[in-house]
Design a protein around this ligand. Structure first.
Ligand code: XIL
Length: 513
């Protein structure tokens, strides 16, 4: 880009926030005179009311009063990374910055998200370490802070760039071995750094009796699709990992560094993707949010404040989306300062709220599920989306279960007499769709199910979760997998699939066994 182009963009940018501020100011006035004047005035309070945390990344030299006033959660931006605290044998060193952040969070009732245990980058003395050394470090780090850390990023950025859907071809993932050559690292004989690190972390949490939840975190995994409408293969690969290791993984972080990279845009199916992971039973966090304010090509939407609204709304509309963390307070102090992607300007604790701040506050104040979710076609869901806040009970202290927990609430509609019924809800975009199929048992329990449906011509299935499949187009059959065949009388389970083309008027036929 030439310097004159940059200059023109800059002029447009300068003009816009002022206009937006006026608009937002108006909205705030209207709200304060409305009966529901109980609108909260900080991000922290508004989020808490909606049943999620709103946090930020921070460092020991940025513990300004505004931090605990506006944010209910803190992620150490750099102070808990291995290059800061790990020795080459997996011991701990230099933990004073991390300790200071944890103590600050504790005295201000802020949730801490530990970041991060296993990562190819900022590995410091651990670079090239064996799994056994990584395990030693995992144990030392988790034990140092115990339940003071509510969520730990156990594995960070384990998937390849550029929407390839593969694992990284970099240490520590180069330690992976595909014993039977079937193209994945999921088999018992395989060596998998992700699995083995989570198993170790889970053991440490259980042995210590901590309430800490264990997360996997990555970027460019936010949408079901990438720019142009193709499937987000990186998100699908992450989905497979979480589904396969569900007994060890409690939470998933979508980093949410949104910009106009084709794989980093804010797509309309963000909510559907959050929902898909939530349906596995894990909590979802938008863990490192910043949104490029470059409006020059509209790749990521109409404007930063609106983009923030959209992202926050997508999380609010999914009950198990339990937290949003922005990656810093102020643009000038951001790792990507040139994108001006955060909610405040200014520096050194003297921060000014941007339009995006007011948009986020307003959206949080609306609470969960108050706006229409992405378009769905007939038949509508038989139960309203859950609105209860996330469970706060600590994870079990018994050994991890061997099957994923099938926990879906009973439907509110009367169950069919016998056998099973199935309903489909669709989330469509130009050239593709995601279908969520709900299988409801009749008045007797079932131990297996089969769903047949006929796709319109031109439509084809590209991926499936929580079901086996026969066929990709025309008449397609889905059957239960080993952990979701048994459904109690009147209860339901769900599976999903993604496809290309257009799918409408699907009429599923359910047969129980
Ligand atoms: C970044 C920090 O913000 C920078 O200060 C540091 O120089 C590099 O790392 N994904 C992550 C974060 O998981 O740890 C990164 O943080 C940003 C991308």
């Amino acid at each position: 880009m030439s310097s004159s182009q940059r200059q023109r963009r800059r002029v447009r940018r300068l003009a816009l926030p002022a206009a937006m501020l006026l608009l937002v100011g108006g909205a705030v006035t209207i709200q304060s005179t409305a009966p529901a004047a109980a609108a909260e005035t900080t991000l922290r309070a508004a989020a808490a009311k909606a049943g999620l945390f709103f946090g930020t990344a921070s460092s020991p030299n940025r513990l300004y009063p505004i931090l605990a006033q506006e944010f209910g959660q803190l992620t150490p931006e750099n102070d808990m990374k291995p290059d800061r605290i790990a020795t080459s044998s997996g011991g701990l060193q230099n933990t004073s910055g991390a300790d200071q952040l944890v103590n600050h969070a504790q005295s201000n009732n802020m949730v801490v998200r530990g970041h991060t245990l296993v990562w190819h980058s900022q590995a410091g003395a651990l670079q090239g370490a064996s799994q056994s050394t990584l395990n030693t470090f995992i144990g030392n780090a988790i034990n140092r802070w115990g339940s003071k850390i509510a969520y730990w990023d156990v594995v960070n950025e384990s998937l390849e760039d550029n929407n390839t859907g593969r694992r990284r071809n970099q240490w520590p993932h180069t330690m992976n071995r595909d014993a039977n050559g079937d193209g994945d690292y999921f088999d018992a004989g395989d060596t998998d750094v992700i699995r083995d690190s989570f198993i170790r972390a889970k053991q440490v949490v259980q042995a210590g009796g901590y309430s800490t939840k264990l997360c996997i975190n990555d970027y460019d995994v936010e949408g079901l699709t990438v720019k142009g409408g193709g499937p987000n293969r990186k998100a699908n690969a992450l989905y497979d990992i979480v589904r396969t290791y569900r007994q060890y993984i409690d939470c998933v972080g979508f980093q949410s560094h949104f910009n106009d990279n084709p794989n980093s845009i804010i797509s309309d199916d963000l909510q559907a993707n959050i929902q898909r992971f939530a349906d596995l039973g894990v909590e979802v966090h938008l863990s490192e949010v910043d949104i490029d304010d470059d409006l020059s090509n509209n790749d990521i939407g109409a404007g930063q404040a609106e983009n923030y609204r959209k992202v926050v709304r997508a999380c609010l509309n999914v009950a198990k989306c339990t937290g949003i963390t922005v990656w810093g307070i102020s643009d000038s102090e951001s790792w990507r300062s040139s994108e001006r992607g955060l909610l405040f300007t200014g520096g050194n604790g003297n921060y000014q709220k941007k339009s995006a701040y007011y948009a986020v506050l307003d959206e949080l104040n609306k609470g969960r599920g108050t706006t229409t979710p992405p378009p769905t076609t007939t038949p509508p869901p038989t139960t309203p989306p859950p609105t209860t806040p996330p469970p706060t009970t600590p994870p079990p202290t018994t050994p991890p279960p061997t099957t994923p927990p099938p926990t879906t609430p009973p439907p509110t509609t009367p169950p069919p007499a016998t056998g099973c019924t199935a309903t489909v809800s669709l989330n469509s975009w130009t050239g593709g769709f995601v279908a969520t199929v709900r299988v409801t048992a009749g008045s007797s329990p079932i131990s297996g199910w089969n769903v047949q449906l006929t796709l319109p011509s031109g439509a084809a299935v590209t991926s499936v979760w929580n079901a086996n499949r026969t066929g990709t187009s025309g008449s397609v059959q889905f059957s239960n997998v080993n952990y979701n065949g048994s459904v109690n009388a009147g209860q339901y389970t769900e599976f999903g699939f993604q496809g290309t083309g257009a799918a409408s008027g699907l009429t599923p036929v359910c047969t129980a066994s």
